[in-house]
Design a protein. Structure first.
Length: 134
């Protein structure tokens, strides 16, 4: 009898271990989360072909209009927000570059001595940045 109980406990422990491993594998699967999003997201276009309904005097009572209905899931919102933040960061970098070019153009408009000094400083600064990148 005692031997049976030991075997039964061992078998139950083995089954529980297999179940726990399987659950941990399922819980870490990104492909399952992506599949769930694909299953819960759909695009459905319905035509509005009812036409206009008129009263006895010829005045329209009901007309057909195109209606747009948008629903977002939290998964899609986070992805769009990340793309937006990346685009904003790129725009800021371009604005900084444009500002530096404007400063250089302003230097060209100044008198020749200051212009040469300013260009030399700017070229020196660019060389330093290039060396720091390498």
């Amino acid at each position: 009898m005692e031997k049976r109980v030991v075997w039964l406990h061992g078998f139950l422990l083995l089954c529980m271990t297999v179940l726990m491993v399987r659950l941990s594998v399922l819980g870490q699967g990104e492909s399952l989360a992506q599949a769930a999003v694909r299953q819960s997201t759909s695009l459905l276009e319905l035509g509005s072909s009812r036409g206009t309904i008129y009263d006895c005097n010829g005045a329209p009572l009901a007309m057909s209009y195109t209606v747009h209905n948008i629903q977002l899931s939290p998964y899609g919102v986070q992805e769009l927000q990340d793309k937006y933040e990346d685009a904003v960061e790129k725009a800021r970098e371009k604005a900084k570059e444009a500002e530096q070019m404007k400063k250089l153009e302003d230097l060209f408009r100044q008198d020749p001595v200051k212009r040469l000094e300013g260009e030399a400083k700017l070229v020196y600064q660019w060389k330093q940045e290039y060396r720091n990148m390498a």
